[in-house]
Ligand binder design. Sequence first.
Ligand SMILES: [Zn+2]
Length: 309
Amino acid sequence: MKSNDFAAAVDIGGTKIDLGIINRFGKIIYSERIPTPSKAKFSANKLTELIAQTITLQSEKYHSPISSIGIGIAGQVDKNSSKLINGPNIRHLQNLDFKVKFKQLLDVPCVVENDARCFAYSQAIIGQGKSYSRVFGVTIGTGIGGGLIEDGVIIKGSHQGFGEIGHTLFIADGLLCGCGAKGCLEQYCSASALVKMGIKSLKMPDLTGPVLSSLYKNEKNRKVAEIYEKFANNLGIGLASAANLLDPQIIILGGSVIESFSLFEKHLRYGYDSYALPGVRDIPIIASNTVHSAMVGAGLLSFKLSDVA
Ligand SMILES: [Zn+2]
C-alpha cells in the first residue's frame, strides 16, 4: 500500500472520544473509545498528546503509516485557524489550534470539522446516503448536530454554522441551552434531554442513558414509553422544520439513542409529517446502521489533504 493510504480519525464528543485509523475506503483498521476528559482532569494540550501517542503506537502495531489526521468535534470550527469557536458541551477545548498542534506532534496535515458534518459526509460518501445527492445527517447525543452534503461537498455557510439544527428554536423563551439561548431544539430531544425527561418523570435522580434505554427496550413500562414518544415527536417536529428549510432527499440519524429507532420511529414520523411541507414529507428518515460514522467521516475528509500534499 502507498504511504498515503491511511489516515488517523478522531471524533471528539461531549462525553466520549472515538479514535482510530482508517483506509481510504473508510474501512476501520483500529478504533477505540475513551471518555472525554473534563478540564479538571486533562488540558486540551494533554488530550491532543494522548491522541497522538495512541495513534503513533497503533499505527506501528497495524503497519498503517498515517499521512493525515481528521478531527470531528462537537461545535463550530473556525475556518482559518481550526480552533473550536463555539462548543457548548466541550468549552475547555476551545482556543486550541488542532492543525498546529498535530503538525507538531505527528507531522501530518490535519483537518478539523464539526462532528455532525463528518457523520453526514461519511453517510453521503460511503454510507446509506451514497445514492442520494442531497443528504442531511443529524446526530443525537449530548446535543443535536446537523450536516448537509450536496454532491459530496459539505455545505458550510458564510459563518461555519450551516446545519446547526440543535440550536434552531423549538419553544420561544423555553429551557436554557448551553449556547446561551432559551428554547433550542436540543433541549427537547437530545440524548441528554431524554435522560432529563426520564429523571423528572420516573423520579430517578441517578438515571443514566443506558439504564433508560434498557428500560425502554426490555420492559413494557408505559411511563418510559411515553418519555420516548414525546422525545421522538419533538425530534420529528424539529427535523420537519429543518427539512422545510434545507430540502434534503434523505435524513440519516446517528447517535446511540438511535439504537431504539424502530421502537419510536412512528412517533417521530408523526411529528415530522405534521409539520413537513409536501415536497419533503415523503423523504426517507432512517437510522444509521454503522458505528463510528463521524470518526470515519473525519478521516475520509483528511485524505483530501494528503492527496494535495
Ligand atoms: Zn442552543
